[in-house]
Write a protein that binds this ligand. Structure first.
Ligand code: SAM
Length: 248
């Protein structure tokens, strides 16, 4: 999958692209990431990409001409890509959106700065995405977040060491609790079931852990869920366990 990032600070991506799973995905030709400097499409010696807002007021606005030039270049390099404006006013980014994007040929991100982009750029935009209800100084962290979340869903990106299938939000549930060595830490033991070697019981425990964690931490995710008979059964077992625990 191809990613293009239109930014006035392409060097911000250097470290992000040279570590961990993202670096491996680039080396393995699973993804390409091409940061394009919007300044390269600005006119004049000073390559200015922003100007004062018409109507007055604080802050600067990103000029349309350099952005349009950068978008045209990105589209030439990636004709099948979806052009995404990163903006706090956009469609909320979620795991389901990451899954939707992971099926596309490529994404072209426009990273705003200052007060954002000139309104006339919207005619070039296919999608407007927000990573949350807060305001960043620029779209670059948002582009990294989306590239990261999408890449780990691409076949082969996680290698043999991990799987995205059971990650939080995949099935509108948070993922179950995890334990690793040592078997006891500061007086707290790993649940016996995880040491049992019985995969059926372990899977039930994990499903229960997942449901209970979601209920406690993100009840909104469970509100519309119709529990399967297995989920009900597993939750009942957890209720019995909690009751036994309470009554000592
Ligand atoms: N004045 C704009 C507003 O209130 O809607 C905010 C501009 S923000 C300071 C500068 C740039 O950061 C935006 O153009 C956008 O590219 C990026 N940005 C800020 N918050 C974001 C968010 N929650 N999600 C995605 N991008 C964001």
């Amino acid at each position: 999958m191809q990613f293009s990032v239109l930014t006035i600070f392409p060097e911000i991506f250097d470290s992000f692209l040279s570590h961990g799973i993202i670096r491996r995905a680039i080396e393995g030709n699973i993804i390409t990431v091409n940061p394009l400097d919007i300044r390269d499409f600005a006119e004049g010696k000073h390559r200015i990409t922003d100007d004062r807002p018409y109507g007055g007021g604080a802050g600067m606005v990103m000029k349309p001409e350099p952005l349009a030039g950068a978008i045209a270049e990105a589209r030439k390099l990636m004709p099948g890509g979806r052009t995404i404006l990163l903006s706090p006013q956009g469609r909320p980014f979620k795991q389901s959106v990451a899954a939707e994007f992971s099926l596309l040929e490529g994404l072209i991100f426009i990273c705003g700065r200052y007060e954002g982009v000139d309104e006339r750029i919207y005619k070039y935009i296919d999608d407007e995405i927000s990573i949350g209800d807060y305001v960043l100084t620029g779209g670059e962290p948002a582009a990294m977040i989306i590239i990261d979340a999408v890449t780990r869903l691409l076949p082969g990106a996680l290698g043999g060491e991990a799987s995205a299938e059971k990650d939080s939000f995949t099935d509108d549930l948070l993922e179950h609790a995890h334990y690793t060595r040592p078997p006891e830490f500061e007086g707290e033991s790993v649940p016996d079931v995880l040491l049992s070697g019985n995969h059926g019981i372990i899977e039930d425990w994990r499903l229960g852990s997942s449901l209970v964690r979601t209920l406690i931490k993100r009840p909104d995710l469970l509100e519309k869920r119709i529990l399967s008979s297995r989920e009900k059964q597993v939750l009942k077992q957890w209720c019995e366990y909690i009751e036994r625990f309470i009554s000592g």
